[in-house]
Design a protein around this ligand. Structure first.
Ligand code: GCB
Length: 620
């Protein structure tokens, strides 16, 4: 009811100037009424739909005290309206937030690398831009945000359309009631303040890049439309592509169709009363997706007026004892960890070119696998991995010590997991969902992450669940007995022999005791080196020292019978405020095998040789 009333009010007042709308709205609408914005939804394949891009320059106002949203007694303003208005002649109140006079920020991008004064900034920034738009009858429009770090609030033509928390997942705000034909404007407040009860929390070893860091667009769909779908190869039934399609807003069952023209396969039926259509398609002559042959098929989905076409690869992944099987065959994951840091220019990676450069380097090094740390990377990266044939570990930002006994924090982690899986579940490249990185071995932590792991399995039973665990040591024995191992299909462990502990050659005498008969991935090892800095093997920060860490690892790793993969830390140097060492780090974690400017360090070539010769690791 309220929504319809709001629509009517909106239509009635749309003819007035923005300033008048603001005043009229304040008088007419109760506070709770204005602030009740619907929660954002997850849309699968949003990047495959026709859209109106809102990328480009947005006006920006830096607001460190957040006075745009909070009153002088620090009460949340129920409307952010006055921020949306342009100065009008004869205004009765000051218009300090005048976007027409404000400098611009580029979207998508972090603000830190765009303006020197924002380099270390953590706080709120307001964004605004105009756009022209033509909504069609019987359609809905969503504002699609690739990612906004960390909390964000959105208004379209002065109407609040949503709020979101979580900096690395995409979400969609229903703006149908707020957009109109012709000129429109959108305002966003984005706040990258770190919070103790955030996911991630206060401490991370990467830059807290703020802003609208990934693409923003408008997506127009029919009133009933396909919001989510899952199309994958069955693990249990041979030559069967199965899954489901969900139709949002459907009334009395919509006719749904799933077609893969190249395989001459098609399934058609009515969605059930919840809008869901579950299908099984027998196919012949299927070419399976693999790193050697990353075949993608055109998959066409239809529901009533709505249609979407995706590019999907088909493969299976499972474990058998301590093996990982890809398409039924044992595979060794020759990998490297990767942050979403943009090569050459630094800042948040978000273009096809960034993805192709990073994955291109990994492939050139002989990798068939990347660990995308420590948060979900964007769709451009996953699409590139599908195309280029690189297996992916995708991770949610449960990093180090969250408030594991706080149910609100669990809810935030669950929401981000839902968004990650909901958005990315059709990428053949993703084989592992990682629940966490280096969390403390406590009961509340184990409960928290076990809950996440079972949620991930319910959302997607076709992939393997992992996490990067901490390892303890007794003398020269590394012990993997973290209680979380029970909840995982594949155990990940991080170790820093030769960097945070002992010397590189300590690896030669290190033994491993692993209490889980499951596949193991050494998900991190490494050390810092400044590209171009040379010295003796014993001189820290030199390329020689880093190379020596790598050289001493391989023998030790080869002695771990259940080792099924590795993703040393890390492909490229990345920005971190924890890394202040002047002249060496200069706010970069230098554990990259390649510098932020693309210079390959000695260790890169050592790992490349080991991967190309397959002298490290074995699949069985
Ligand atoms: C770790 C973390 C990673 C850090 C790395 C380091 O264990 O998982 O996020 O960047 O060590 O360089 O210390």
């Amino acid at each position: 009811m309220k929504k319809h009333l709001l629509n009517r009010l909106y239509v009635r007042y749309a003819a007035l100037s923005h300033a008048k709308i603001a005043l009229a709205a304040l008088a007419l609408l109760s506070a709770s009424f204005v602030s009740a914005a619907p929660a954002p939804i997850v849309i699968t394949g949003a990047d495959m739909r026709p859209s109106t891009s809102l990328n480009g320059n947005w006006a920006s106002i830096v607001d460190p005290y957040f006075s745009g949203l909070f009153s002088f007694h620090h009460e949340e303003k129920k409307n952010g309206w006055f921020l949306n208005r342009k100065a009008q002649p004869g205004d009765a109140f000051p218009t300090e937030y005048d976007y027409a006079k404000a400098p611009t920020l580029k979207v998508p991008s972090d603000w830190n690398t765009q303006r020197d004064s924002l380099f270390f900034y953590e706080g709120p920034v307001w964004y605004e831009r105009y756009f022209t738009y033509q909504p069609k009858d019987h359609t809905r429009t969503y504002l699609h945000i690739g990612a906004a770090n960390y909390r964000s609030w959105f208004w379209v033509n002065g109407q609040k359309v949503c709020e979101h928390e979580g900096g690395y997942t995409s979400f969609n705000c229903d703006v149908t009631a707020a957009v109109h034909a012709g000129a429109n404007f959108v305002v966003a407040a984005v706040d990258n303040t770190r919070h103790e009860d955030g996911v991630p929390t206060l401490e991370t070893d990467w830059w807290n890049y703020g802003g609208l860091t990934r693409a923003v667009s408008l997506i127009q769909v029919s009133e009933a439309f396909i919001d989510q779908y899952d199309v994958h190869l069955s693990r249990t039934e041979s030559n069967t592509i199965e899954g489901w399609v969900h139709v949002e807003g459907v009334q009395n069952g919509a006719k749904v169709e799933v077609a893969i023209p190249e395989l001459k396969a098609k399934a058609t039926a009515e969605a059930d009363t919840t809008g869901r259509f579950v299908f099984h398609l027998k196919v012949e002559g299927l070419e399976r997706w693999s790193p050697d042959s990353p075949k993608l098929y055109k998959v066409q989905l239809r529901a009533g007026q709505d249609a979407i076409e995706d590019q999907i690869g088909f493969r299976t992944v499972e474990t058998r004892g301590t093996q990982i099987l890809l398409n039924g065959k044992p595979v060794f994951l020759r990998g490297v960890s990767v942050h979403a840091e943009a090569p050459y220019r630094t800042g948040r990676a978000n273009t096809d070119k960034d993805a192709e450069t990073l994955l291109g380097w990994a492939k050139e090094m002989g990798c068939n696998f990347v660990r995308l740390a420590h948060y979900p990377h964007d769709e451009t990266m996953l699409r590139a991995a599908d195309r280029m044939g690189v297996l992916v570990w995708s991770e949610n930002p449960v990093y180090w010590a969250l408030q594991f006994d706080n149910p609100k924090v669990l809810a935030k982690a669950e929401q981000q997991l839902d968004e990650e899986i909901g958005t990315s579940r059709n990428h053949a490249a993703i084989i592992l969902w990682s629940m966490a990185n280096e969390t403390p071995n406590t009961e509340p932590r184990t409960r928290f992450i076990t809950t996440l792991a079972s949620r991930a399995r319910t959302l997607d039973s076709t992939r393997l669940i992992t996490a990067a665990l901490l390892v303890r040591a007794e003398g020269h024995t590394k012990i993997v007995d973290d209680a979380l191992g029970k909840a995982l299909d594949v155990v990940g462990v991080n170790e820093y022999i030769g960097w945070y502990e002992q010397q590189p050659e300590t690896a030669d005498v290190t033994e491993w005791r692993i209490d889980y008969q499951k596949p193991l991935i050494v998900s991190e090892f490494g050390g810092d080196a400044k590209a171009g800095l040379h010295g003796k093997e014993s001189d820290r920060w030199t390329e020689e020292y880093q190379a020596s860490i790598y050289r001493h690892q391989f023998g030790m790793l080869n002695k771990i019978p259940q080792l099924r993969g590795m993703s040393p830390w890390v492909l490229m140097d990345f920005r971190s405020p924890n890394r202040p060492l002047a002249g060496i780090q200069d706010e970069f974690n230098r554990k990259g095998l390649i510098s932020d400017q693309g210079q390959k360090k000695q260790a890169y070539f050592i790992l490349q040789k080991a991967y190309q010769e397959k002298s490290v690791g074995r699949a069985e």
